[in-house]
Design a protein around this ligand. Sequence first.
Ligand SMILES: *[C@@H]1O[C@H](CO)[C@@H](O)[C@H](O)[C@H]1NC(C)=O
Ligand SMILES: *[C@@H]1O[C@H](CO)[C@@H](O)[C@H](O)[C@H]1NC(C)=O
Ligand SMILES: *[C@@H]1O[C@H](CO)[C@@H](O)[C@H](O)[C@H]1NC(C)=O
Ligand SMILES: *[C@@H]1O[C@H](CO)[C@@H](O)[C@H](O)[C@H]1NC(C)=O
Ligand SMILES: *[C@@H]1O[C@H](CO)[C@@H](O)[C@H](O)[C@H]1NC(C)=O
Length: 530
Amino acid sequence: MGPSGRSWLVVLLVSATLCAHVSAAASNDTTLLAAERTRRKDPLDGLRYYTGGWNISNRHYLASAGFSAAPVFAFAALWFVAVAAAALIACCCSCCCRGGGGSSSYSYSRRVFALSLLLLLVFTAAAVIGCAVLYDGQGKFNGSTTATLDYVVRQADGAAATMRNFTGLLQTAKTVGGGVASLPADVARSIDDVAGRVDAASDELTARTASNSRRIRTALDTIRKVLIGVAAVMLVLVLLGFVFSLTGKKSLVSIVVFLGWIIITATLILSGTFLLLHNVIGDTCVAMDEWVVQPQGQSHTALDDILPCADAAVTAEALRRSKDVNFQLVSKLNELVSNVSNRDVPAQVGPPLYYNQSGPLVPLLCSPYNAADLSDRSCAAGEVTTDNAQQVWQRYVCRATGSSGQEVCSTVGRLTPAMYSQMVTVAGLSDGLRGQSPALADIASCVTVRRAFQTVSQRGCPPLRRDSGRLYQALLAASLAAMLAAAAWVVHSRERRRRRESERFKVSPYRLPIEEKVLLNSPRRPYRRV
Ligand SMILES: *[C@@H]1O[C@H](CO)[C@@H](O)[C@H](O)[C@H]1NC(C)=O
Ligand SMILES: *[C@@H]1O[C@H](CO)[C@@H](O)[C@H](O)[C@H]1NC(C)=O
Ligand SMILES: *[C@@H]1O[C@H](CO)[C@@H](O)[C@H](O)[C@H]1NC(C)=O
Ligand SMILES: *[C@@H]1O[C@H](CO)[C@@H](O)[C@H](O)[C@H]1NC(C)=O
Ligand SMILES: *[C@@H]1O[C@H](CO)[C@@H](O)[C@H](O)[C@H]1NC(C)=O
């Protein structure tokens, strides 16, 4: 399963495409992952040791991993050739020896017959158990791969949702700020720009996750069907072989043995493939472990090819823009509060500056960032934080009369209900933008991918390793049991024929060649002694 096996694996791991873009700035500093573990003999390179580390896109890596499963493949070839040779020899023998006294020595022994029956029963039972173990193994393997896949897809979807949430907030900030905190034109334009890029990144992530997970699921489904098919066909063959050898029908047993020869060869090849897969899964887990503990990834690794971190430039720009927008929103809001709401202007000035505002001054909203460099800022005394702005401002709302846009306070207070609700919306937006920052920063700095790898390697890898190893062993064991069962069919059916023939001869006191036996059974011919 060369290419399909490879794509299956690529897809399995890639599924973790939590990030949006392939890192644009590939540095020339490359770090090898799992170099120790992947040092294997490379058949494509004159059996020299492969030293390139874990790299699924390198054919030398795949060849050397495949070479580690060579004994199983060699065994499959040996079985294939040996049975073919044995059948050829048996065929030749039966041709040459025909008439030469093939039935001249009836060495029927009750003990040998019983022994062959016992072996038949034991090996048939072993083969049936092998099929059951195989079926169970494919279920477990499917379970662990699906669980890992689901986890990774959840992470990718979560990252994409965070990005979409973020651009949604930015877009809202652009429009909703309107009345109380309209953003400067250049900030509004840059919102469109950044939101467009983050949306594109998030769309790409979603699309890649969807297509990768679809491919993996298809591949897993195919593997499942193949394994179930192998287990089912083998079970049917084992039972048929058992029944046919009990009847002693030579031709039927031959057909079943022929089919068994093919399915056992296929099973052995499958077993070798799973050994390869088991090795590659182990390598990948080690590679992930090493990648996770690496210093905050500056160097390029083979894992980046399939699981890159987010485009640092786009995400960093988005983060900076988010802080900028947040800062501007809060500044505009506070300007409005201090220039209009908190100012006692004469009634002659008229709306929008005068709307009969009176009473205690409205506290300003705490800006989360410093003006100079947008670094984090702690709130000054007398400012309200975004969490409690809603409650605090509620106390400054007056009852208003007049049409909307021309409202005038008829009671003490400095905020009309319309102003209040807009201000609360802006405070919520500021809170939301600030709340999204850590998640976005995690995506930008690879922390999300790192965390996902860590979880996969801690929770996904042990069952994946165990189940792929067990599946390989189950396939090997099932084919060995089936081989022994096939041998038992041949031996037992021959013993059964011998017994039948020897029972036939009990009629006569003498051992007779075939022709005489026919004569003996024929009623018309007279009995003739040899
Ligand atoms: C790549 O290597 C060259 C020369 O070895 C060096 O000048 C350059 O800075 C390196 N680039 C990166 C991104 O590390
Ligand atoms: C998206 O934003 C909403 C409200 O702003 C929040 O409840 C939700 O948890 C956010 N989702 C993600 C994935 O951050
Ligand atoms: C992985 O192998 C490919 C193909 O040989 C090669 O182009 C790439 O540079 C390798 N990557 C690493 C990180 O070694
Ligand atoms: C608020 O007042 C300051 C100076 O008093 C002025 O620079 C600024 O433009 C005013 N803002 C608004 C929204 O009226
Ligand atoms: C203005 O507000 C005061 C209370 O501060 C109130 O007594 C008065 O009636 C209001 N004027 C108008 C025109 O609503």
